[in-house]
Design a protein around this ligand. Structure first.
Ligand SMILES: [Zn+2]
Length: 110
């Protein structure tokens, strides 16, 4: 079976945090879907997210990357919700299950 996850180049920044460039992750239909549905949809593809008990989020930075930590970092733009289908396409350590957007600011290390 083809492993679609291998297409993402993961690189590490100076803090040892794994990054994936968002340009490689976002759906080619993202701009079209944003025109059609608005900008409240899945961050990857901009399709509307159906309500569910499971909410998936990604952590986006000003460098235009997704990172694999929920801890707040200097260049964080915050966490954005994604749909379950797009969540499956990403490496699992880049997807966080949270109840609310505000949950991401929880940092157990502090
Ligand atoms: Zn999506």
């Amino acid at each position: 079976m083809k492993n679609t996850k291998s297409k993402f180049q993961v690189w590490h920044d100076d803090n040892g945090i794994a990054n994936i460039d968002f340009d490689y992750v976002k759906s080619s239909q993202r701009d079209n879907n944003e025109d059609r549905y608005g900008c409240d949809g899945c961050f990857i593809c901009m399709k509307p997210i159906k309500s569910s008990n499971h909410n998936f989020w990604v952590h986006y930075t000003t460098a235009g990357t997704l990172i694999n930590t929920i801890k707040e970092v200097e260049d964080s733009q915050g966490c954005f919700q994604i749909g379950p289908d797009c969540a499956k396409k990403l490496p699992s350590d880049f997807v966080f299950e949270l109840l609310r957007a505000s949950d991401w600011q929880y940092t157990p290390e502090d």
